[in-house]
Design a binder for this molecule. Sequence first.
Ligand code: SF4
Length: 438
Amino acid sequence: PAGENLVRFAAIMNDADRAAARSGIGAVMGSKNLKAVAIRGTKGVRVADAEEFLRPLLISKHVKKADLGIALEEFGTPLFVDIMNANNAMPTKNFKEGFFDDGDLINGAEMIDKTLVRSKACFGCSLNCGRNTRLPADSPYSGRGDGPEYETIFALGSNILVNDIFAVTKMNYICNEMGIDTMDAGSTIAAIMELVELGKLSEKEIGYPVEWGDAEASMRLLEDIAMVRGFGKIAALGGRHVAEKYGAPEVFMGSKGQGFAGYHPRAMVGQGLLYATSPEGGNHTTGNTVQQEINGIPEPMDPFTAEGKAELVIRRQNETAFVECCGVCVFPYMLIEGSTQILAELYSAAVGKKYTEAEVRVLGERAFNVERLFNQKLGFNRKDDTLPKRLTQEPHNEGIGEGNVVPLDEMLDEYYRLRGWDKNGMITEKKLRELSLA
Ligand code: SF4
């Protein structure tokens, strides 16, 4: 019901448990009275050179052999709980910290032990990174479905201090059933919990007690949000709205109104620049710097300094924009170096025209600039490429990167320069002509 009720972070659900969840596109459908889109094809999909196009098989082979590919198949995306926690990069307690003491209670191994029925692949994929799960009889909750994925585990687990995989799984089922984005749901609940802690929001206003780590209250909030009833009417407008309404805008952890994904920018500052400059706000699907800043692939990179980050972020954003235009999953692309070249060859085979790797990067750059242009026409500029002061002023907690903050302004200047935009983040006429967008 969330889309019909215009919840600002309503998702479009597909195959029961997969969601096109970010940016509130379920609410866009709801606002147009569009209930569902059903497609049944009868003619197949034609490509210009079918033989050459079979190279995805080659990609599968590379992906399966990559270390991260093997681990993803075994643990699914919840594998990232361990990777992020080990690097002090797991957002915890509304991004106050980057390490969750109880990471072992909500990670991929715990899911295998407690809830996993089988791993599962999307149609045609050989990686099987999906998780089909069930809440067992000894759990206080019931249900069966897919997930949670890592982003849900961080958003409805460590970030609100819930340390119970059964509770996180149940919240994931509720979000899927109700059609809401687990990430912005978690971001909104984290802001509510912090507002309560600060004394700016009372139990009376919410209607029931909500404290850090309270899974039962979080489940109640999720249902109230989806049904826009009681305090859910306010929370359904999103974390930024709630934080502003109760006088503490700084407790909303997101940019351009969208809550961040599960990679703590104080532990990987390039990711902070990526969130700030993403046309969609704090999203992880417009690019990701984990492979370079955390996993050190193809070569180690200091995650705490500004050096090289503008160039890295631009490359990741442009490549990811191209991947998304192709309509393929970003995981295989993330897992192997050289995948942009392989995608260029696939794309060439599909459309029947030769494109080099450099040329498809320009296609991605063009798509990214079109998104930026859309925002620009609505008045967005440098003032909107921001991060909360928790990330730019509050020092990182003890452990790896202790004391670090995100040097956003320094990175932004270089980012705009390398993008060919002006100092206010506006796309220049020269750049528009260069990309044939003028
Ligand atoms: S298509 Fe992507 S999300 Fe789906 S199983 Fe394959 S790698 Fe995982």
